[in-house]
Design a protein around this ligand. Structure first.
Ligand code: NAG
Length: 377
């Protein structure tokens, strides 16, 4: 009996040591060992509800990174017990997820799901710029990415700049580099070296005289020209400071009108790209629940709303948007300041507050009611 108990105790000890190995409990000694490896760390507070929700996800992240042979080590730190260290890492809220790589600390702001966190860890832990040495590699990544940034050419000051921008903006997207001969024949560049973004079935070249700094260009171009927008996308778009023109549609009740409006917005996004791309993001949103919660009013369906993500104002057209001319006029009136602006009372603060849960909530419950309800609190 005693023997059985001993082996049971051993088994329990063994199991818990395996668990510790997947997600390491960090203390003050982390300061010294963090530089040796790339770490992703959950800074939590024992009393915080969102932290408790993250716990099983975090365990799965640890398990999967370990089993996939990733070099990224997974840790968690009680930020209330080691508050000095936590504030050195700039932890302000709980939970805070950071990937630490050398001197750099990258904040994770995406949805708190296993797959999203693992994708982030693998992306950010890898090289800032990934070389594409062959045509096959180039085609492979073209298929996998809707938006693809590539530096094309040899060593240059532009490449150094690109690497610098990539090591910061890798939190958002991948960065690649290639020589001209791996590009498809259909791509012709006015000059080399160049930074190019492949998206929307086309490609666009960064122009340092027209486009401002490389990092602001990347930040503007990192989304497809036309998107299906949900609460989480809107939160992400907030960081671009762009105006977002959204067709609010209902593909079940108003199928025909919805499709027509969607097509109009889509056409404006491509045919007027040169005019509007710098300032606007285009897309559609299914249903008006989310927007109603956001503006604390009611928009008709289908209709168009334009949100200014930098000052939190919004614009509504005064006539029905049934031709491309009317839509373009409306967008121009927003740009030249003649359209009346509404809101500006912190709507995006509300977006941010609920965004962390938005994606998973929408997927789990299949409704945005929950978010709309939260917006009122
Ligand atoms: C959007 O907000 C920014 C920041 O306040 C402002 O500079 C810009 O003019 C606004 N755009 C429009 C079209 O209102």
């Amino acid at each position: 009996m005693a023997e059985v108990r001993v082996s049971l105790v051993c088994a329990v000890l063994f199991l818990s040591s395996v668990v510790v190995a997947l997600v390491e409990d960090l203390d003050d000694s982390f300061k010294d060992k963090r530089m040796d490896d790339v770490w992703i760390v959950d800074f939590y507070a024992p009393w915080c509800g969102y932290c408790k929700k993250l716990e099983p996800v975090w365990h799965d992240v640890g398990a999967e990174l370990k089993s996939s042979g990733s070099p990224v080590r997974v840790g968690k730190m009680d930020a209330t017990a080691y508050s000095g260290m936590a504030s050195e890492f700039g932890v302000r809220g709980y939970p805070t997820i950071k990937l630490l790589k050398g001197d750099m600390a990258y904040n994770y702001k995406g949805p708190r799901t296993k797959d999203d966190i693992i994708e982030f860890a693998n992306r950010v832990a890898g090289p800032a710029v990934r070389p594409l040495p062959s045509k096959q590699m180039f085609e492979h990544v073209m298929k996998r990415h809707d938006v693809l940034f590539v530096y094309i050419g040899g060593e240059s000051p532009l490449k150094e700049k690109y690497i610098e921008v990539a090591s910061e903006l890798i939190v958002y997207t991948y960065f690649f580099s290639a020589l001209e001969d791996v590009l498809p024949e259909t791509v012709t560049l006015p000059e080399l070296p160049s930074v190019v973004v492949f998206k929307d079935g086309s490609y666009f070249t960064y122009d340092q005289y027209e486009d401002g700094s490389l990092s602001s260009w990347v930040n503007r171009e990192r989304f497809q020209g036309y998107l299906q927008i949900d609460g989480f996308t809107l939160y992400e778009l907030g960081e671009t400071g762009k105006l977002v023109a959204i067709a609010i549609i209902d593909e079940k009740e108003h199928a025909e009108d919805s499709t027509r409006l969607k097509n109009l917005i889509q056409r404006v996004s491509t045919e007027y790209r040169d005019h509007f791309n710098r300032d606007f993001q285009f897309g559609h949103m299914e249903g008006n629940d989310y927007i109603n919660g956001l503006i604390m009013g009611e928009v008709t369906v289908p209709s168009v709303i334009i949100l200014n993500t930098s000052n939190e104002q919004y614009f509504l057209p005064t006539e029905s948007m049934d031709t491309i001319e009317k839509l373009v006029n409306f967008i121009n009136s927003v740009l030249d300041g003649t359209a009346p602006a509404y809101g500006g009372d912190g709507i995006f603060q509300r977006v941010k507050r609920v965004a962390f849960d938005a994606k998973s909530t929408v997927m789990v419950s299949g409704t945005v009611q929950y978010i709309a309800r939260q917006l009122w609190h």
